[in-house]
Design a protein around this ligand. Sequence first.
Ligand code: MET
Ligand code: ZN
Length: 726
Amino acid sequence: MSRFPQSTVLGYPRIGPRRELKRALESYWDGRTGRAELDRVGAALRADTWRRLDELGLAALPSNTFSLYDQVLDTAVLLGAVPERYRDAADPYFAMARGTEGLAPLRMTKWFDTNYHYIVPEVGPETVFKLDAAKPLAELRQARELGFETRPVVIGPVTFLLLSADPAAALDRLDDVLACYEELLGALAAEGVAWVQLDEPALVADRTPDELAAVRTAYERLAGVAARPALFVASYFGHLGEALPVLAATAVEAIGVDLVNGAPDGLAALAGKTVVAGVVSGREVWRTAPERAAHALRTVAQHAGQVVVSTSCSLLHVPYDLRDEPDLDPELTARLAFAEQKVAEVVELARTGFEGPEPVERAAPSARPEPVERRSPYEVRAAAQAAHLRLPVLPITTIGSFPQTGELRQARAALAAGTLAAGDYERLVEAEIERVVRLQERLGLDVLVHGEPERNDMVQYFAEHLDGFAVTRNGWVQSYGSRCTKPPILHGDVARPEPITVRWARHARSLTGKPVKGMLTGPVTIVAWSFVRDDLPLREVTFQVADAVREEVRDLEAAGLSIIQVDEPALRELLPLRRAGQAGYLEWAVAAYRRATSGAGDSTQIHTHLCYSDAGEILAAIDGLDADVTTIESARSGARILDAVGSFGRGLGPGVYDIHSPRVPSGAEVEELLRRTLAALPAERVWVNPDCGLKTRTYEQVEAALANVAAATGRLRAELTSGNAR
Ligand code: MET
Ligand SMILES: [Zn+2]
């Protein structure tokens, strides 16, 4: 077996430094360009990446880390796990990713505790596995033509099966999947490939004995393949825990461990192995402290046969290059590293060896006290709110945003470029608010919103108005497919210099006699969707953000807003992968939310909104938020969510309109969903609303859908008041 070179990265961004892949994909999907052009852009991005990594001095280059959509979907294709119904589509790959006319896409969900989303494979008894190694082989050969020897990267068999829609049923297919991997190893060996990387991030979560047995079976079998490349099994996003000795006992040659938060126990098991040491964080944007990295490397070197310097995970989760950010404060820039800079750090650590002074442990900051104010018990608040708001039964509301028009986006760009005066921009926003208010009045909604036209993004907008945050010019990170987000950088103490949303909320309120709901993003979601300083515990940082939100709640209330929504769609996302950390996280996350909202008076109704979440796992925490009304995504998951959240003794708005689809639900569909809700919950607690914000939809769709929602609600109200509901 050949020795693993001294430095590597587990993966690299692929959307393009200027989002070239995004544009190429969208143009291909729209039919503006053909497949050849899309493939040309992909090939150019891969070539640029290998050249750059090589120039930076990285010793081992990965391949097959590029993807036209998602690496899990690529793995499904590699293994032939394409569900029957997609096989006849013009382009089965993108049909699975995005759906087609009449064919829904595969489900998509979050990749571990990141904001990246993968396509959930469907694996069951009927799946026919058949290796299709075209993609890894093509990338390998492309790199060779450019003069680069690469290490193909593939999702490992256990993680692939555990990530599929029904993991238990999928694990039953382990033997068949392993046959494909064996064949893949043979094909790579035939090409003369020295090393292959199999990603097994699923092993950093708690695993059952059966699952650990699957790990043993898988890697004993793969290591037993006669002619194969050397095997490098990569873990990331945490420690391997009980999977470490299992993996180490197999004959795989190299194991990748995430060392960003210190070295795990049990390293002695790695004796004789090559350890690919993830000391440079692949998911944070802070420069690596060299003495801490060197310390971790020394610790591992005491046990391992060989230590290779690497990133803790793929660099997919950070932007390309800090040099694209000339507007950042130089003091901040000096603290940062994006993908390019991280590669340089890896190379430097490998070059200088692991010598250096011992790191100084930082003193833990003292905990900040909780705010003393407590809201009254729900019954007291509910009575005060009912008297004050006088809402009808089954009140209809929305989640906040209305369609973002091209005109608004252009105006914002012009404002940033200095070609549109601030006053003119503000008048445009006010006109849009008026349009949204009139539309809601016309549709007969009960609790109105201003529509969030001033917000580019529900987190970035707040980051731009709070101290302690910076926003980037090009800091795009892939979220899914062609979609990217630009996470703000939370680098200092957070404070709110002045009110942020009040002027827009006040404007909406001045236009109507109906109640208007103020709209804020919650503290947990703001930190979840930002790059957050690592010199304070996340809890402390989140509390600082909560205090800023709390001030905003107070000011909205003082401006006469009697309903205020504080969104926490990312509450589930930060949940630690291992159960041991979950209760502690949920406790402070809930405390942060209550800190943000508990300054409101009893007659002010606090709403919260959650989506993207497998709410089932965090039910008690959602209940603990103690919001007067919780709106939650449910149009697709149906009754499941009702069973789960029905026990909350407060207001509940399970979504009746799936806003992720351009489809307009009929009045009959909405009525059916509402009837199901009313069968599970007392009518006086039920709210009627879409699943999520409407900003990605068109006005045409929204108007038609909300008209159907209002009509269906009207019919049920009539039944309820005539006493024969259900
Ligand atoms: C991802 S949750 C979105 C909530 C936000 N208020 C909106 O309506 O867009
Ligand atoms: Zn939402």
